[in-house]
Design a protein around this ligand. Sequence first.
Ligand code: FAD
Ligand code: DHB
Length: 389
Amino acid sequence: MRTQVAIIGSGPSGLLLSALLDQIGVDTVVIDRVDRDYILGRIRAGVLESGMTALLDQAGVGARMHREGLVHDGFELSFGGRLCRIDLKALTGKNVMVYGQTELTRDLMDDREARGGKTIYNAKNVTPHDFDGAKPCVTYELDGVEHRLDCDFIAGCDGYHGASRAAVEDKGLRHYEKIYPFGWLGVLADVPPAHDELIYANHKRGFALCSQRSKVRSRYYVQVPLDDKVEVWSDDAFWDELRRRLPDDVAEKVTTGPSIEKSIAPLRSYVAEPLRFGRMFLVGDAGHIVPPTGAKGLNLAASDVHYLFEGLRDFYADGAMSGVDAYSGRALARIWKAERFSWFMTTLLHRFPTSGEFDLRIQEAELDYIATSETARRSIAENYIGLPY
Ligand code: FAD
Ligand code: DHB
């Protein structure tokens, strides 16, 4: 089999890249190691920057998001028993869209199916080859039979544990990593949100986040120790802990109900450099991870896709390699700024087991600075709505 761009990974990065390339008539095949239902069962991010919503529109898949997504003009920081609003609209002129990664992935999958795009699910031993030269290929197994996909380029959109980065481990790949000593316990429940905007809470018992998926579906998180097991957290224990970490008037408005998903995610900052090896590219989580506190993971995947799409578009227009050559540098310049912001928000809002009195006072001073300085709030707002592509 042959295609122009082989895309490993049918998550948001791979699907968005395939949709954009489809718009300009470039053929793609998407290969994933699991199936559609498994991918749609993963509950992840929920906040989209306007750069990402514009890309979804460009790819022709934004209609349901505009109908069902919630436009948020601000969010709240909670500390010392009060709320401090970051007025995104007033400070930057922009807003964010609250629309779950699951729904966005479903829209991209439905669109790909409607257009007759080829996706290979349940592929085993997916391996990129010969990307140092002009004729790369990807091999994979289906039901024990090996297949080979020849292509011009390979987009490694297969996440942190994928095959693409593994294939360049011995080719001069550099890693930059920070592991945080805690995780987030997340609960999804069909209950109305406690507040009309997101609340990021700094509390002495640990961080908490009130997010949402719709007017009747809420997503909440609490910081937990890394060795906590999800099985020990009953729904009641979760709701009690969440309420303790919120100001009283918000806690009173938390509607509880049975969880429909409950999981613990560890927090990590990670960047791989470079993101391009000959005719193969690392895109999205395959190349970098941010702790979720800045809501940047999914949005960074989108900006990577934008830069790579521009490079491939120029190549297929007139054979120019300059955009492809520039991919890694352009993407990394934006990635490191999102890494900085995600680290900053994580450090600002969590309790670190190693924190002493000095660290806590610095955290309080930083929060007070934000509450009293429009300049500080504008900087947070500028990063939260997303730095320009
Ligand atoms: P992925 O979504 O990981 O997609 C990669 C795809 O590649 C998957 O479908 C996978 O099955 C496939 N794949 C993997 N290995 C192979 C292989 N060897 N061969 C073929 N296919 C393969 N971000 C936020 O902003 N907020 C959050 O709350 C948040 N929560 C998260 C929770 C978890 C547990 C994780 C892992 C991430 C979370 N993120 C969050 C980050 C955000 O979801 C990611 O940044 C986003 O999914 C990146 O998209 P992607 O397409 O690059 O990677
Ligand atoms: C969600 C997750 C985040 O990490 C975040 O910063 C905001 C919202 C969410 O899952 O809704």
